[in-house]
Design a binder for this molecule. Structure first.
Ligand code: MD3
Ligand code: FE
Length: 218
């Protein structure tokens, strides 16, 4: 029972901390105690800054829909990737970061050895069956010394954890409802992606996966 696929059928073991690299940790089920507070906060963000499918500079449209909260929000269009204080769709500031989000990010970072993490950006991704994220690095942030904290809700996904070069072999890590991953230090600039999602509806969220990533962008 050691392949990633079979792993998906095992229940999460809350409190368990898996090490993916020198600065990368999976905290299984770490978000479960606050899920009831996270879902209405996501609905509020979506009402103010709706999830949208953005265009990439390469001329594609992302299969993942995204929005942001916090001081800085990430977006892409035909011109490139950037962080801005203003939502380009509405001309208004991004929704503020709910306190329950910020506290969860700080707690998860501290549990992984990163103290005093103060995220100023939270990118919220919404996956449907078939949505995927191709291998990329997160390098649009100004400060790579801060970690990234990622929270997974809803349908499970297989995360690809690569190396510092695109061609490096990637490890497959199943991420399930409530899991948090923290990436910092020498793992911060690793290539990573998400395989196309299976249609495996979740009891609470239905046929979607929501992932939010907290960053220090500004
Ligand atoms: C590893 N999101 O939004 S989160 C992204 O599941 C992104 O939606 C994926 O990659 C998702 O940019 C993966 C986990 C993640 C985020 C940043 C990383 C993993 C990372 C930065 C370095 C290494
Ligand atoms: Fe990323």
């Amino acid at each position: 029972m050691s392949t990633a696929t079979l792993d998906l059928f095992e229940p999460p073991a809350p409190g368990e901390r898996e090490r993916l690299g020198p600065g990368a940790f999976v905290l299984r089920g770490f978000a479960l105690p606050v899920v009831d507070a996270l879902l209405p906060a996501i609905a509020r963000i979506d009402a103010q800054a709706p999830f949208r499918h953005m265009a990439t500079p390469g001329g594609f449209t992302m299969s993942v829909a995204l929005t942001n909260c916090g001081t800085w929000g990430w977006s892409t269009d035909s011109q490139g990737y950037r962080y801005t204080r203003i939502d380009p769709d509405s001309g208004l500031p991004w929704p503020t970061m709910p306190e329950v989000f910020a506290q969860l990010a700080r707690d998860a970072a501290a549990a992984s050895g990163f103290n005093d993490f103060e995220p100023d950006a939270c990118l919220v991704n919404r996956y449907r069956p078939g949505s995927r994220l191709s291998l990329h690095q997160d390098k649009d942030e100004r400060d790579f010394s801060a970690p990234i904290v990622s929270v997974s809700l809803g349908m499970p996904a297989i995360f690809l954890f690569g190396g510092l070069r695109r061609a490096d072999r990637a490890v497959r890590v199943p991420l399930r409802h409530g899991d948090i991953v923290v990436w910092g230090g020498e793992d911060r600039l690793r290539f990573h992606g998400v395989l196309p999602l299976e249609d495996d509806p979740h009891p609470l969220l239905g046929a979607q996966r929501i992932n939010f990533t907290f960053r220090k962008a500004g």
